[in-house]
Design a protein around this ligand. Structure first.
Ligand SMILES: O=C(O)COP(=O)(O)O
Ligand SMILES: [Mg+2]
Length: 226
């Protein structure tokens, strides 16, 4: 078995099936991983925190595409991005008669602190125009449109985590499925896109798995488990 590297892993589309349900086969893998595990997601902070918490692993998360980073090993919490601009985009989008698309309770944005998530069934073009007006960008994860600061991403998050853990970003194995994972793929020493990944992620990765979703994750980490 190869030496186990620190792992930076995406959630939706990588640890899940297409239905966004986490595949239970990944639980023992993450729990027993013999090096630090960073859960890096576009979701708001409480989601990866809960995942780590219920798994019983150290809370080490990059949330909101790098907007919120927490390293439990050193208790470091870092916020980045432009929440005022993201809120202004949300207000303007609604004023134009559109909706964020998550219903009245909006659990996608309820705990979001640094960026905005819009359902992919809502119109993209006006959202993109508003993002440009507010010096933000739109990233499509395949699960949501994220309106975010251009200089904050999972890669800036990984740099913060690596720094806190006294590791080099190149020491990491990165696994993911979409354009929001490309920045970690560029930094990590080994990067793997699951086969359901979008073209940006596939192009940025060192290799692409044969199989999809959580099966792809299990294939990616195969060399490091018994
Ligand atoms: O929340 C999303 O849109 C995608 O989340 P992910 O980065 O875990 O795939
Ligand atoms: Mg994903």
């Amino acid at each position: 078995m190869d030496a186990v590297p620190p792992l930076v892993v995406d959630v939706d589309g990588t640890l899940t099936g297409p239905d966004r349900a986490v595949d239970p086969r990944v639980f023992p893998i993450l729990r027993d991983w013999a090096a630090p595990v960073v859960v890096a997601t576009g979701k708001a902070f409480p989601f990866p925190v809960a995942l780590c918490d219920f798994l019983g692993i150290e809370l080490c998360v990059v949330a909101e595409n790098g907007g919120v980073v927490f390293v439990g090993q050193t208790d470091a919490l870092t916020m980045a991005g432009d929440p005022e601009a993201a809120n202004a985009v949300a207000d303007a989008y609604r004023e134009m008669g559109y909706d964020l698309g998550w219903g009245p309770l909006d659990f996608a944005n309820r705990w979001r602190e640094t960026e905005l998530a819009v359902s992919r069934d809502q119109p993209l073009e006006p959202l993109q125009e508003l993002a440009v007006e507010h010096d933000l960008v739109v990233v499509d994860t395949g699960f949501a449109y994220h309106v975010k600061a251009p200089d904050v991403d999972k890669g800036t998050g990984l740099r913060i985590v690596a720094d806190e853990l006294d590791l080099s970003p190149e020491a990491f194995l990165a696994v993911g499925d979409s354009e929001n994972d490309a920045p970690t793929f560029e930094l990590a020493g080994e990067s793997v896109a699951v086969v359901n990944a979008d073209d940006t992620a596939k192009a940025a990765a060192d290799r692409v798995t044969d199989v999809a979703y959580a099966d792809g994750f299990l294939e990616a980490i195969g060399p490091y488990v018994d």
